[in-house]
Design a protein around this ligand. Structure first.
Ligand SMILES: [Zn+2]
Ligand SMILES: [Zn+2]
Length: 123
């Protein structure tokens, strides 16, 4: 008997519609993208067993990634209304804060002291 068995890591985005929180990476109010990673056993290319589920949040402002508490992640996966708070998040990857020129509105994630567009100091 010959079985085709494979193990692979997958990533799935989850719908999250809770309130926004201040990003711990850059301090701005952040839109959050929630996603789940899991390991799956494939039998004849059909996913038949999943384990090792973990939940993560990526913020849209600076691309920081946080690990989300398992309980909240499960609730989001089940479609329960849930608000993520900063206590549910553990920083995995801190994105680069985006600097915005208050003079002309130019945005950059480079570490400029002065706006490359209009020459005003960046805050
Ligand atoms: Zn941010
Ligand atoms: Zn400027």
């Amino acid at each position: 008997m010959f079985f085709m068995i494979g193990i692979t890591d997958r990533e799935k985005e989850l719908a999250y519609s809770g309130r926004m929180i201040a990003c711990q990476g850059c301090g701005r109010l952040a839109g959050m993208q929630v996603f789940m990673t899991y390991t799956v056993l494939l039998l004849f290319f059909i996913p038949c067993f999943k384990w090792n589920r973990r939940y993560y949040v990526r913020t849209s402002c600076c691309g920081s990634v946080f690990e989300l508490s398992y309980e909240k992640g499960e609730m989001i996966r089940m479609g329960d209304p849930v608000d993520i708070s900063e206590y549910d998040l553990n920083t995995v990857f801190r994105g680069r804060p985006v600097k915005r020129c208050s003079h002309c509105g130019y945005e950059t994630d480079e570490d400029f002291d002065f706006c490359p567009k209009c020459g005003q100091p960046l805050g």
